[in-house]
Every structure is written in C-alpha cells, then in structure tokens.
Design a protein around this ligand. Structure first.
Ligand code: FMN
Length: 306
C-alpha cells in the first residue's frame, strides 16, 4: 500500500513552488501547522541525470528530512527514458513518491516539451508516466492544468486512466497562467470523468473555495507565502515575537541545509512575509531587511525577541 492510499480524506498538500518550497521552508511550515503531503519544487530530469550537475541539483532541490514524510519529488522533462532513470534516482534518495509536472506554463519549459507542453503531445505524456511507473515501485502522481489554451477534459480523463494514484489539477488553463480566477465550478465535471474513481483528485488554485466533499484533497501554493501558519488551526500569530521566532527557525534551517549552496537572497525574500503586514513594525522590517548574512539575521531576531 503506498502512502496515498493511507491518507484520510480530504487531505491537504503543500504545492510545489520553485525557489520557495525547499526543505528549510517545508520544515518551517511543519513547525507552524503541517499539511498532509509535501512536494519538492520541480526538478529538471535533464539536470538531474547530468553527471556534472547532479550533485548540485540534489543539494539545492532534493534535500529532505524524515519529518517531511510523506514527501513527493516533483520532476519535469519530456523523454520517457529519462523519466525512467530519474524515477530510479528519486527512489534511491528515499522519497515517498514521484510527481510529474505536466502543467508548468513557463515558455522555456513548454518549448522543451515539458510542463504544460505535455498537453500538446498527449501520447508521449502517457509514455513518460508509464516509463516512470515501470522503473520504480514508488507511486507516480501528476500535477497538471485544465488544458492548454482551452479546458480539455479529455486530457484530464486520459491522465485519470493512466494508473496514477493521485492527480493534482491547477484549475486554470496554461493560457490563463494565474490571472483568471481558478475554475472551481468545473470540479463537478472532473468528478464525472471516466477513471475518476481510480485516482485521488486534488484541487488547486486560489486555495479552497468549495466544499471539500467534492475532492479528495486540496493543494495550497501562494496562500502559504508569508504565512507558514496557513495549515494551522490558529492561523498567523498576532504577536510580532511569535512571528520572529518562526523567521529565526527558518533562518537556522536555511543555514543548516544551504550554507554555501544558496545565496542569502533566497532567504531574505521571505522576510517581508513574516513581518510585512505587521502594524508599527516598519523599523523592525528595515532592520531585518538590512541584514547581510544569515548569522546577522539570526542575531537581530534574537535581540528583537528578547
Ligand atoms: C513562485 C511559484 C513557483 C511555482 N513553482 C511550481 C513548481 O515548481 N511546480 C509546480 O507544479 N507548480 C509550481 N507553481 C504553481 C503552484 O504549485 C500552484 O499550482 C499555483 O500557484 C496555483 O495554486 P495557488 O493559487 O494555491 O498558488 C509555482 C507557483 C509559484 C507562485
């Protein structure tokens, strides 16, 4: 039995977000209130399979810790053979599952036939899924969008019939990017598709708006930015001190995992999120934003918390 089958429904998932949801961020989210399933940010299978870049890619994108289980590594690419090889690597790293990105609208990714580009070569997309399935015992899930230019329910149906345990659907087309409101009104249509009974359906886009009885799970992306308490019962703390404690934890985890691997700027972009909306915290914000290193940020947090 794979982990998907053990989840109680409806479950929550932290969306994969490039340059955001690394292990330091995910552990911080868990400390605030944990989602049921976590995904890594997406990883190029070309990069992962390239001898020269593999070590860096694993350190940069694929570190994880035991508390993050169940954790799914998301990969993108276009070549079935490479999906097969990449799935084996993900398995050897100890992940609980592999997710194939079939929805990313980024021009470069689509031009290479990855992400939403799979919707234009649907038979090949299914071959990519099959290749990964045949290569590993890990469950292979898919995250996609409703269609390329238009809603394409046949695409969703095809995925539902491809023996995957879970399908996360960002309820927009590739063309809509993140501009149009997510089409939660189409969940009923998705529920009627053939193959639906064999797959866990995860809704995604602008966080949950519908009664979750219609879905097996919900995936949250931007709602977590600046609010790692999104999945907690109590929500974002009122006290500045409590927010700073979590910022400090994030900084410590970042230092532990990424010192010498990621630039300080990758951590710094989160600072505003923690204290941004806090009234009367202008000076605190400026002081934190002026920090030039992780150690300085941690020291300033300590002074402010004391
Ligand atoms: C900064 C950022 C990075 C993202 N990176 C990924 C990614 O690596 N893989 C992926 O499948 N989706 C990625 N997405 C899309 C999100 O996972 C999610 O589908 C989208 O933001 C809609 O959900 P939301 O309204 O809850 O944010 C990214 C979104 C954002 C904002």
């Amino acid at each position: 039995m794979n982990f998907w089958q053990k989840l109680s429904k409806p479950f929550t998932a932290l969306a994969p977000m490039h340059d955001v949801t690394d292990t330091a961020f995910r552990q911080t989210v868990i400390a605030c209130g944990r989602p049921d399933v976590l995904y890594t940010e997406f990883v190029s299978i070309d990069g992962l399979l390239h001898e020269k870049s593999q070590k860096r890619i694993v350190q940069y994108y694929l570190q994880f810790t035991e508390i993050e289980r169940p954790i799914v590594a998301q990969i993108w690419g276009n070549d079935p053979k490479k999906f097969s090889d990449a799935a084996k690597i993900i398995e050897s790293l100890g992940y609980d599952g592999v997710d194939i990105n079939m929805g990313c609208p980024d021009k470069k990714v689509v031009a290479m036939g990855g992400g939403a580009g799979h919707m234009l070569e649907q038979e090949k997309a299914i071959a990519c899924i099959k290749a990964a399935q045949d290569a590993t015992t890990l469950p292979i899930s898919v995250k996609t969008r409703l269609g390329f230019d238009e809603v394409d329910l046949k695409w969703i149906e095809k995925l539902m019939q491809s023996d995957i345990p879970a399908l996360a659907v960002h309820l927009r087309t590739k063309k809509e990017l993140s501009k149009a409101p997510a089409h939660w009104e189409l969940v009923d249509e998705l529920n009627k598709l053939s193959g639906r009974e064999r797959v866990l359906l995860i809704g995604n886009g602008d966080w949950p708006r519908l009664n979750l009885d219609h879905l097996d799970g919900v995936m949250v992306g931007r709602g977590i930015l600046g609010n790692p308490w999104f999945f907690s019962e109590s929500g974002k703390p009122e006290k500045l001190e409590d927010r700073l404690k979590i910022l400090k934890l994030h900084a410590e985890l970042f230092e532990k995992h990424f010192l010498g691997i990621k630039s300080f700027a990758m951590l710094k972009k989160h600072i505003r999120g923690y204290v941004g909306s806090f009234h009367g915290a202008k000076n605190v914000r400026e002081w934190l934003m002026d920090c030039k290193s992780i150690d300085e940020l941690i020291a300033v947090c300590d002074i402010l918390i004391a």
